[in-house]
Write a protein that binds this ligand. Structure first.
Ligand code: XIL
Length: 537
């Protein structure tokens, strides 16, 4: 059976854990781990060790855990995680050295000079503790130093030390472990926006000054109700062009509870998209999920009414998001032969002269690669025109022509490139434009003979929603034809184009009202052509 050979992720391979597939793609797949369940739950330990080849301590390496009072270092939790990683051949990302949160008040209350010294000492001690440990390969040196507008966050660090604390922190980390990869990490930076651009500019300028910034972390705390940042891959790529490694450091995809199958499917698409973005960017080292089981997740405690953000449920069962991550890592998009279901009929709202919003009932995709988006077409006889693409079941169309009838349909695409059947046609007409658009003209040949013809009537109709006070009709006169007379309009000829303007008594037309004019022309004997291309403005 040939089809069996077309499915690379067939049974044996399909059951391979995430880390096997990730390693074969040259990436890590990681999880943030918490010390409590790591010590107490066999299922937690087995899945963590079996599925992931990278670990971040969810809390155990933060300042409040490692140096709760000045000069008193405690590595018990951090060491438990690093030892677990070492035993299971996983790499460790140290998180985090300098942050405004989970930092004891003794640090926050120091004066400038003492604070700078305390920061450098903390970095030196914590990074130094693991400098000779081959499992610990990278550090978040600074975390969340920008606010959402892309200004430096006015944290106690910034308020006491000014911007220089950032460069100082990187230099201290490099001194403590010359081999560790040093990262700057933040949230809401997945797409190209003011905040990610601020980080981009900072990283670029720090590196130009010789400050050792090696890597940029994108936390990836996403929510299905806010939409997927479609320029994520493009954003990763622009950072890669600075010469830094990029990584997704804290991926989770939350939803408004309760969980249901539709939300699970959307969530799976987000996970798949993130993994695929990392796979597509050479400089992306891998993806760390912020936990793995919904039993232990920061989401319900932090975002009221939201949860179910991870890839296993509370009973350690794999969710559709697990399959999405797995199949993306396994190159699963090529194994999906099933197109998405047909989208619903598009219906138009907010229609103006040049724009309209279309919405339709979403498609679903059961083939495994997941719904990737929709293509919206205008039906136009022989070749249909692609009006736009959307990743949601709605699109805002712009650049439309005024007073024009549109017949449109939608197709869904999945991650493997399969395309659904066309939806049923939806129709709408744009309104009249402000510039006097919104009229139509049609010409009827009333009578013709070998050397001439009469066109009567040319009907002019106001198709707009407001009254017009004048109209201009143009049409094309075939080569060699000559106008010999006209009535109810003033006609001028330039080349083959005839321009007909209203007279004083028939320029004003209420909406839907019409008027007529006519003309006569001569043509060479034997020529059977008549004018065409009537337009009205
Ligand atoms: C969160 C942990 O998951 C929680 O357990 C803790 O109470 C608060 O911090 N950005 C970060 C992480 O960089 O350190 C945060 O982790 C989540 C947001």
């Amino acid at each position: 059976m040939f089809a069996a050979f077309l499915l690379p992720a067939t049974s044996a391979d399909a059951s391979a854990p995430l880390r096997t597939h990730a390693a074969s793609r040259g990436k890590f797949i990681g999880a943030a781990l918490a010390t409590g369940p790591l010590a107490n739950e066999t299922s937690y330990r087995n899945i963590a060790a079996g599925e992931f080849n990278q670990v971040t301590a969810e809390n155990a390496m933060k300042w409040d855990a490692t140096e709760p009072s000045q000069g008193q270092f405690n590595f018990s939790g951090a060491d438990a995680i690093v030892n677990f990683a070492t035993q299971n051949n996983m790499q460790v990302h140290g998180h985090t050295l300098v942050w405004h949160s989970q930092t004891p008040s003794w640090v926050q209350n120091l004066g400038a000079s003492a604070m700078r010294t305390a920061m450098q000492n903390h970095i030196s001690q914590v990074v130094g503790h693991y400098a000779n440990n081959p499992a610990v390969v990278s550090w978040d040196v600074v975390n969340e130093v920008f606010d959402d507008s892309g200004n430096l966050r006015t944290s106690f660090w910034y308020n006491t030390l000014g911007q220089s604390y950032i460069a100082d922190a990187f230099r201290a980390a490099r001194a403590a472990d010359p081999d560790a990869r040093l990262c700057i990490n933040d949230y809401n930076t997945e797409g190209i926006n003011a905040k990610s651009t601020a980080i981009y500019n900072l990283v670029s300028s720090l590196r130009q000054q010789g400050v050792p910034v090696d890597c940029v972390g994108f936390q990836g705390h996403l929510a299905i109700q806010y939409g997927f940042p479609n320029d994520f891959q493009q954003n990763l790529q622009r950072f890669a062009a600075l010469g830094v490694q990029v990584r997704i450091t804290e991926l989770d995809v939350r939803m408004v509870m309760p969980r249901d199958a539709t939300k699970d499917a959307t969530q799976a698409t987000y996970y798949r998209n993130v993994v695929n973005a990392c796979l597509a960017v050479t400089a992306c080292a891998g993806v760390t999920i912020w936990g793995f089981t919904d039993k232990y997740s920061w989401v319900p405690d932090t975002f009221s009414g939201q949860g179910a953000a991870l890839i296993y449920n509370e009973s350690y069962q794999q969710k559709p998001s697990y399959t999405a991550v797995h199949d993306a890592l396994a190159g699963g998009s090529t194994t999906d032969p099933t197109p998405p279901t047909t989208p619903g009929t598009p219906s138009a709202s907010n229609v103006t002269a040049n724009s309209a919003t279309l919405t339709w009932t979403a498609s679903t995709d059961s083939g495994g690669s997941g719904l990737a988006g929709y293509d919206v077409y205008r039906e136009q006889g022989t070749t249909d025109q692609l009006l736009g693409q959307s990743t949601t079941s709605s699109i805002a169309l712009t650049g439309l022509s005024p007073s024009t009838q549109y017949q449109v349909y939608v197709r869904a695409r999945d991650g493997a490139g399969n395309v659904s059947a066309n939806s049923a046609l939806g129709a709408f007409a744009t309104t009249a434009g402000p510039g006097g658009g919104g009229c139509t003209a049609t010409g009827t040949v009333q009578t013709q003979w070998a050397t001439g013809y009469v066109v009567q009537p040319v009907t002019v109709t106001n198709t707009g929603t407001s009254s017009i006070s004048g109209w201009t009709v143009t049409f094309t006169l075939p080569a060699g034809h000559t106008l010999t007379g006209s009535w109810n309009a003033s006609l001028t000829v330039s080349g083959q184009t005839v321009t007909a303007k209203n007279l004083s008594y028939n320029g004003t037309l209420a909406p839907n009202a019409g008027t007529t004019f006519g003309f006569q022309a001569s043509r060479p004997s034997g020529n059977t052509q008549t004018p065409s291309g009537y337009t009205c403005a």
